[in-house]
Write a protein of this length. Structure first.
Length: 134
């Protein structure tokens, strides 16, 4: 018997999350920590959004997420994106995709905004400073 295993990834700024979904009892682990004890609570609530929207599919799937890089907010956004993409691929449902899009487009599409790099000989990322010779 072949079990269906789905790999999905999500990124936000410097954070990268890789989710693995396989048939199971509904356990969700982020960096080997159960979602129930994940802190801060704001990040936990953000990660739970696609799980609540998906409904009963979540109770049939075990989700393991490895996330690194970035801050805790970027990590929670990347994890949320990876879980939503994995659930879409696992279920194969068009209705679920439309539900995600109606709720928040960033559940499926990555937010590509990053910080602008600093310019040479200057500590700031914006345009070079003007210089007056007179």
């Amino acid at each position: 018997m072949v079990t269906k295993v789905v790999h999905a990834s999500g990124t936000r700024k410097r954070a990268v999350a890789r989710a693995t979904l396989k048939p199971g009892k509904g356990l969700i682990r982020i960096n080997k920590m159960l979602l129930d004890v994940y802190k801060p609570v704001l990040a936990k609530n953000r990660i739970m959004e696609p799980l609540q929207l998906a409904g009963d599919i979540v109770s049939k799937v075990d989700i393991n997420v490895n996330v690194n890089g970035g801050g805790w907010q970027a990590q929670s956004e990347a994890t949320r994106l990876a879980i939503a993409r994995g659930l879409l691929e696992f279920s194969g449902s068009k209705d679920l995709k439309q539900t995600f899009l109606d709720y928040d487009r960033h559940l499926i599409v990555a937010d590509i905004r990053t910080t602008e790099p600093s310019k040479p000989n200057d500590s700031k990322p914006r345009a070079k400073r003007q210089k007056s010779y007179r």
